[in-house]
Each structure stands twice: as structure tokens, then as C-alpha cells.
Design a protein around this ligand. Structure first.
Ligand SMILES: *Cc1c(COP(=O)(O)O)cnc(C)c1O
Length: 466
């Protein structure tokens, strides 16, 4: 390093100097001292790099402090925080999937703030089961003999395979050996559970005789997996749950179906394609069915298993179940969500269902309300216009469904769209949209009514940075 660069670096303020400068700034008040120190070090590190690379003079302490304040304002005291989903993907795994209903929030709050009867049978004053709070509801709603809830559906599948098929074979159709993003792949889960995968049929066609021919004394389970996030179209054939159950009964082998999303409501009246509900799957006679709590059901993250009592209780007794167990928050939110289904209020109160079934006119009027809250100047600067577009269900559920929606399109060219996208993402609260045809689309189907004015404010702030 040359002597002048070394001198330039030496003229940078120290961490302590910057911290003293920031001490009484309103914007950094909520931050812990350690977090603020980390932000200061980060700003100094970046400035050091800039001074060396651009052979520039170091910024003044005041400028550096302002940068830290700006970063603190954007980042806030907490890492995990609410985001406005303007991407139009209702069940967005990266954005936290399902939102909780007001009732679920109320139950969560009540149970979190006080001791609870989580594992106490109050009437008998003896140890109870945490699952008892949702078991009866799940039995009534699905018609199953018994139910169990674990951490998520991946855990449910793992637990079932480990319990029923460790050291033995599981028959699965080649058309159903799916990967659901992240690390969930049927063949990998199978391997980890200690079961051996026996693939049958072809990618596009599997017949019941393919399963029948593959059965040996080593066969422990016939597994059917919902091809959630993709569709095989054209010359295809798969085996229905009912046919598989018939074969399983004949040969004395249990049948499990991983439903993926698993809906308790037939959504055809709202224009969705036919999907067997959990109740229908249970009625087909499968021994076990599993599905996610936070996909179409619209509850907290959970893996719900329903089925025959003798088999569910084997899963319950597996030590793995203890490692995969749900906490009281999940139970409280899940009970409230299931309660809404039983009370017949789920379509109105469970946010996922409300968003999926909301009429286009209501989405349009929400989009208009956002526009009305922008000044004429901001509107012009953003080049704001309303565009009819298509939103998605997401979460690997109903991948071919396109939901009619209205987006607020902003940015008059690709460069402006990218700048707005960035400004909104790092704003407070962050807004996540999608870039389409060189414009930033803010899809209003997933923007909550209560977020209309917040979104307008965020857009006004972002416009100022153009
Ligand atoms: C989503 C999905 C899973 C994983 O469920 P998580 O609740 O996310 O663990 C498993 N199987 C299928 C078919 C799915 O669609």
C-alpha cells in the first residue's frame, strides 16, 4: 500500500468516534449496542475498500454516521419482520406461506402469555397429550379414526416411512418421485428413513399391475405422492387412491398418501380445478394421509397425519415423533384455524382462503385505492398504471392455476423498474414485487387491505429516490 493510501485510511474515524456520534440519534435507539457496533464496522469496512479501490478521499465522519443511520433505518432492530407481499404468490414459502387468521392470533397470544393446559388433563388432574387439543377436530373434519401433528409435512412423511418401512421396501410410482424445492425429495427422504425405494411404472404412466408385480414379502408400504408442483400432461395414467387401497387390502399392505397441500374445502366453485379433499382421501380407505398445515389449509407450519388408529398410534410411539413434535404456538394457531373450518367461517377468516377466493373486482378496488393515495406528481414520476395480470397460488399447490389479478405497474423503463424494486425491498416495511416486461408489478391480490396506505407511502418514498 502506498504511503498516501495508508494516510487516507488513518484519517477514517474510529469505531468509537462513530458510536459517540450516533449515541443520541433517534433512528438507532431500538438497536442494541452490539448490533450498532456491527453496522458501524460494516460501514467502515466498505469505506476502507472504496478508499483503496477508487483511490478516493475518505468520507467525513458525519457522512459515515449518516450511512449507518440509513442502514439502521432500513434494517430496523429486528431481522425477521413483516413484508408487503406484492408478488402475487399467495403461498410464498420465502415470504412465510400462510398468514394467521385474527382468531389464530388471538389464541396464540393468549396461550403464549400465560401457562396453559398443554399437557394437563384438567378434569382428571393427570398428564394429558398436547395433541389432544387438535385430534378430535381433525377426526371430525376429515372422518379419520385418529390424527397426529408434527413439525411439517416433510417430517410427517419421514416419520411414517421410518415407523412403517425401516429396513423394508416402499413402492412408489416413477411419476411421483418429486422434489419440492429445498431439500425435500422423495428418494432422499426414503433413504434417510432407512426404507428402500422400489420404483414402478414410467414417468408418464403407472398402472395398478405395476404395483402388484413389485410386491414381495419385503414390501412394507404402498406410497402415493401428490405431484404438487408439476403436472405430467398428455399420454398419462396414474393409479387412484381407491385402486391402491384395493390392492393393499388384497395383499395386506398399508397404503399412505402424501397429499402435499391437502385442502379441506373443494375449491371448484371458485374456479379451481378438481383436487381430492382430505376427507375424500380418507374415505377412499388409505391407512394414512399427510398434508401441510401452512399450505392450502392456511394454518401454521405443521405436518398433519390422519388415518387408521392402529397405524397412527405406532407413529405416535416412535421416538422420532418426540424429536419432530410441535410447540404450543403451533397447536394454538392450528386449533383456531381448524375451528374456523368447523364453524363454517374459514373462507372469510382464514387469509389464504380469503385471498384465493376474493373476487377480481375487490382486488381492483384495492389497487385503485393505492393509486388514489399517490399525489399526481408521484403517479407521473412512477408512470403508475393498473394492469390486469395473473397471480399464483404458490407453495407447490395447484401449479397450473392462474388467478386473475390487478397489478399496479410502476417504472417507465427497465432501469427505473429495477431502481424502484430495490428501493421498495430495502424500505420499511419492505415491499416485494415482481419485474415483468421492464416494469415493476405490484400485485394487489396479496396486498392486505390494511397495507394500502402503507404501500402508497412506500411508493411515495421510493419515487423520491428515482
Ligand atoms: C409441500 C410438500 C411437502 C413438504 O411439506 P412441508 O410442510 O413444507 O414440509 C411434502 N410433500 C408434498 C407432496 C408437498 O407438496
Amino acid at each position: 500500500m502506498s504511503a498516501d493510501r495508508a494516510a487516507a485510511l488513518r484519517s477514517l474515524p474510529s469505531v468509537d468516534q462513530l458510536l459517540r456520534r450516533l449515541a443520541d440519534q433517534e433512528e438507532v435507539r431500538g438497536l442494541t449496542r452490539a448490533r450498532l457496533t456491527a453496522l458501524v464496522r460494516e460501514a467502515l469496512g466498505q469505506e476502507r475498500t472504496r478508499v483503496l479501490e477508487e483511490r478516493a478521499a475518505p468520507a467525513a465522519a458525519e457522512t459515515l454516521a449518516a450511512r449507518v443511520v440509513e442502514r439502521a433505518r432500513q434494517a430496523g432492530p429486528f431481522s425477521l419482520r413483516p413484508v408487503i407481499n406484492a408478488q402475487g404468490v399467495v403461498l410464498h414459502t420465502n415470504l412465510g406461506r400462510a398468514l394467521m387468521s385474527p382468531l389464530a392470533l388471538e389464541r396464540l397470544g393468549a396461550v403464549a402469555a400465560a401457562y396453559s393446559n398443554l399437557e394437563l388433563d384438567l378434569a382428571r388432574k393427570e398428564r394429558g397429550s398436547r395433541y389432544s387439543h387438535v385430534e378430535a377436530l381433525l377426526q371430525r373434519l376429515t372422518g379419520a379414526e385418529d390424527a397426529l401433528v408434527v413439525n411439517n409435512n416433510a417430517a410427517a412423511v419421514l416419520l411414517a416411512l421410518e415407523t412403517l418401512a425401516h429396513g423394508r421396501e416402499v413402492i412408489v410410482s416413477r411419476g411421483e418421485l418429486i422434489e419440492i424445492g429445498g431439500e425435500f425429495r422423495i428418494p432422499d427422504i426414503m433413504l434417510r428413513s432407512g426404507a428402500t425405494l422400489r420404483e414402478v411404472g414410467a414417468t408418464n404412466r403407472t398402472h395398478v399391475r405395476d404395483y402388484a408385480d413389485a410386491i414381495t414379502p419385503d414390501t412394507a408400504l404402498l406410497l402415493k405422492v401428490h405431484t404438487s408442483n408439476y403436472r405430467v400432461v398428455g399420454f398419462t395414467a396414474d393409479v387412484s387412491s381407491r385402486e391402491l387401497v384395493e390392492l393393499g387390502r388384497e395383499r395386506g399392505i398399508p397404503v399412505m398418501e402424501d397429499l402435499g397441500s391437502g385442502s379441506l374445502i373443494d375449491l371448484r366453485p371458485w374456479g379451481f380445478p378438481y383436487e381430492p379433499t382430505v376427507q375424500e382421501t380418507v374415505a377412499s380407505g388409505v391407512d394414512l394421509a399427510s398434508f401441510s398445515g401452512d399450505k392450502l389449509l392456511g394454518g401454521p407450519q405443521a405436518g398433519i397425519v390422519v388415518g387408521r388408529r392402529a397405524i397412527v398410534s405406532r407413529l405416535q410411539k416412535n421416538p422420532w415423533n418426540r424429536a419432530l413434535r410441535i410447540d404450543k404456538f403451533t397447536i394454538a394457531a392450528l386449533e383456531a384455524t381448524l375451528y374456523a373450518y368447523e364453524a363454517g367461517t374459514a373462507l372469510q377468516t382464514v387469509p389464504t382462503l380469503a385471498m384465493l377466493t376474493e373476487p377480481l373486482a375487490a382486488v381492483r378496488s384495492r389497487a385503485r385505492r393505492v393509486v388514489r393515495r399517490l399525489s399526481a406528481g408521484v403517479r407521473e414520476r412512477l408512470g403508475a398504471s393498473l394492469v390486469d395480470d395473473l397471480a399464483k397460488v404458490g407453495g407447490g399447490a395447484l401449479p397450473t392455476v392462474e388467478l386473475p389479478t390487478v397489478a399496479l405497474a410502476v417504472g417507465t423503463n427497465a432501469e427505473a423498474a429495477m431502481r424502484l424494486d430495490e428501493a421498495l425491498r430495502v424500505g420499511d416495511p419492505p415491499v416485494v414485487g415482481r419485474i415483468t416486461h421492464d416494469r415493476l408489478f405490484l400485485d394487489c391480490r396479496t396486498v392486505l387491505p390494511a397495507q394500502v396506505s402503507i404501500l402508497a407511502r412506500a411508493l411515495t418514498a421510493a419515487a423520491a429516490r428515482l
